[in-house]
Design a protein around this ligand. Structure first.
Ligand SMILES: [Zn+2]
Length: 183
């Protein structure tokens, strides 16, 4: 699957000058929601990502909401697993709402569209572990961590993308006075 082509085709690959949530500047931003709003593309991504973990006997998939709800659903569908999501607890962490089942010892896969630092998927992992789940893998559509993200379990992505990131004071786009967009 040509993931980058899917991002491009759906207008989800933005090129310009972006202020990332991390405070870094980048010439490229992946707006996964623009891709995942198309159910057929979302399902294709879910199947491809699920395939990377088909031997892990996954009971449920979890993702950080809201952006991860669709991804969790399509990957879980591909694996014949349950689709859960974690949401912000208002105290800097995440929790899983009542009604979503985690049985003690359930094997779970955590997924996120784009892993940069892995911070938000880690919060979803902690929420699932707090309910008794056992993490067996982490999946991403795109790994843009440059090989730095590590979770102590297999971490697999459909695409590893090296994207330049600059501290504001060292950003060549700032120097060229390209307008900065917040994402
Ligand atoms: Zn800049």
């Amino acid at each position: 699957m040509d993931v980058l082509e899917l991002y491009r085709r759906t207008g989800a690959l933005l090129e310009g000058h972006f202020l990332l949530r991390s405070g870094m500047h980048s010439p490229l931003f992946l707006q996964s929601a623009a891709l995942l709003q198309h159910p057929l593309y979302a399902e294709a991504v879910g199947e491809a990502l699920g395939k990377l973990f088909e031997d892990e006997k996954v009971d449920f998939v979890i993702a950080p909401a809201i952006g991860g709800v669709v991804l969790s659903f399509v990957v879980a569908k591909a694996l014949g697993a349950r689709a859960l999501f974690a949401e912000k607890d208002g105290k800097g962490g995440m929790l899983i709402r009542k009604g979503l089942t985690v049985n003690p010892g359930d094997r779970f896969l955590a997924v996120e569209d784009v892993v940069t630092t892995g911070e938000s998927v880690r919060k979803a992992i902690r929420a699932a572990e707090a309910r008794g789940g056992v993490l067996v893998g982490v999946g991403a559509i795109v790994d843009r961590s440059g090989g730095r993200a590590s979770f102590g379990v297999p971490f697999r992505a459909l695409l590893a993308l090296e994207v330049p990131q600059y501290a504001p004071e060292a950003c060549p786009l700032c120097r060229e006075e390209v307008p900065l967009e917040e994402v």
